[in-house]
Design a protein around this ligand. Structure first.
Ligand SMILES: C[S@@+](CC[C@H](N)C(=O)[O-])C[C@H]1O[C@@H](n2cnc3c(N)ncnc32)[C@H](O)[C@@H]1O
Length: 189
């Protein structure tokens, strides 16, 4: 069976992220992606995870604690647009993931937004290691979702092919707006 966008995002992360490397979860939510990244970076790597909502940090902290992986992650209760204030510019990021939209069973008014998503992408591109990947899974069925999807698509389409490979993965015959995935991969120098 073809993988869902969410499942495929995990495959794309597992293919590149190695023990000892640095990763970013730009939208931690309930911490499912944060946990995967923490497993992949091993004892010597590190994950920086962002979310605006205290509930997201609580849920993610509990998930990491249960797995014994708390030490591998810095949880930041700030928007991902502040990424440049939290990660040194010289620190190479091997993988980053965004799940754009709102946190299910939570405050649907707290959604990711085109301008701040672009700001975070700009900050990540400066830090992205050769063969590093930024993965965006766009949920767009809510108010504001189509505008954000269009913004992400335009951003991705505008990246120079000399420096980046950009992938778009989506099902085109499914109802109810299934999420759409984009993957930006930096070409080796
Ligand atoms: C679709 S959910 C993420 C789900 C998450 N990957 C998980 O495993 O549960 C989107 C999250 O983005 C968060 N968010 C919204 N604006 C944000 C911003 N500017 N920076 C970081 N996170 C933001 C929301 O609070 C919400 O928790």
């Amino acid at each position: 069976m073809l993988a869902t966008a969410l499942h495929y995002s995990h495959t794309l992360l597992k293919e590149v992220l190695q023990p000892g490397e640095t990763a970013v979860d730009a939208t931690m939510g309930n911490g499912h992606d944060t946990l995967l990244l923490a497993e992949l970076v091993g004892r010597t790597g590190h994950v920086y995870a962002f979310d605006l909502q205290a509930q997201a940090l609580e849920n993610t902290a509990a998930r990491l604690s249960e797995a014994g992986l708390t030490q591998r992650v810095t949880l930041i209760q700030k928007g991902h647009e502040t990424l440049a204030h939290h990660l040194p510019e010289a620190l190479p990021v091997k993988a980053a993931v965004f799940n754009l939209g709102y946190l299910p069973q939570s405050d649907k008014s707290v959604i990711t937004l085109p301008a701040t998503t672009r700001q975070a992408l700009d900050a990540l591109l400066v830090r992205l290691a050769p063969r590093g990947r930024i993965i965006l899974v766009c949920y767009y069925g809510h108010a504001g979702g189509p505008e954000e999807l269009a913004s992400v698509r335009a951003y991705c389409e505008g990246l120079p092919q000399e420096q980046y490979n950009v992938l778009n993965y989506q099902f085109i015959n499914q109802k109810n707006q299934p999420p759409i995935l984009f993957c930006i991969e930096r070409k080796p120098f």
